[in-house]
Design a protein around this ligand. Structure first.
Ligand SMILES: Cc1cc2nc3c(=O)[nH]c(=O)nc-3n(C[C@H](O)[C@H](O)[C@H](O)COP(=O)(O)O)c2cc1C
Length: 161
């Protein structure tokens, strides 16, 4: 098995809080595996980040301006070294902005550029409510793949104990 650092990072950009809420759910679910999680808000940080300190990067963004990646995230990505970084993409969008073809299109673009072995996690607007369940299934898929572990119990059951 590949040696692991047992630490992951969630980097996100969010204007109105939906992607940020997703980041918080993801952190809670990842931590339930005993894995440390750092949160990094692209719009609030100016300090550099060393991605080689983490086993996996959860990278979150909303979609903007006819399917675009927000500029703040593009700037961030242009200065970090992503060599060897495994990335799982997540984010919020809204089908009212151009229907299915533009829905969460920023994530599609990022995956095409940087690659990812996992499915994109797309949420419509706020993740609270019925979409929460999709977040923890996605986290389970990524974490259990990266760390080669299995949680016998449902993450939510474990969290509520
Ligand atoms: C000007 C504008 C353009 C947008 N364009 C898109 C788009 O092309 N595709 C999409 O899926 N969502 C689009 N959205 C919706 C946002 O991505 C959505 O509201 C998202 O939940 C915002 O995430 P945040 O709360 O993390 O900032 C747009 C929103 C605004 C205000």
């Amino acid at each position: 098995m590949v040696s692991r650092l047992n630490r992951s990072v969630i980097v996100y950009v969010s204007y109105s809080g939906n992607t940020e809420e997703m980041a918080h759910f993801i952190r809670q679910y990842v931590e339930s595996y005993g894995i440390e999680v750092d949160l990094y808000d692209v719009t609030a940080h100016i300090r550099p980040i060393d991605l080689s300190r983490y086993d996996v990067l959860f990278l979150g963004t909303f979609t903007w301006d006819y399917g675009s990646v927000p500029e703040e995230l593009e700037d961030f990505l242009s200065v970090v070294d992503l060599t060897g970084t495994e990335i799982a993409f997540f984010g919020s969008g809204d089908t009212q902005f151009g229907g299915d073809s533009l829905y969460c299109r920023a994530l599609k673009q990022l995956k095409a550029t940087y690659g990812s072995k996992w499915n994109l996690l797309k949420v419509e607007q706020s993740p609270r409510g019925y979409q929460e369940e999709r977040i923890y299934h996605w986290v389970k898929e990524v974490v259990e793949d990266v760390y080669q572990i299995k949680k016998s119990k449902n993450i939510r059951t474990a969290l509520s104990e």
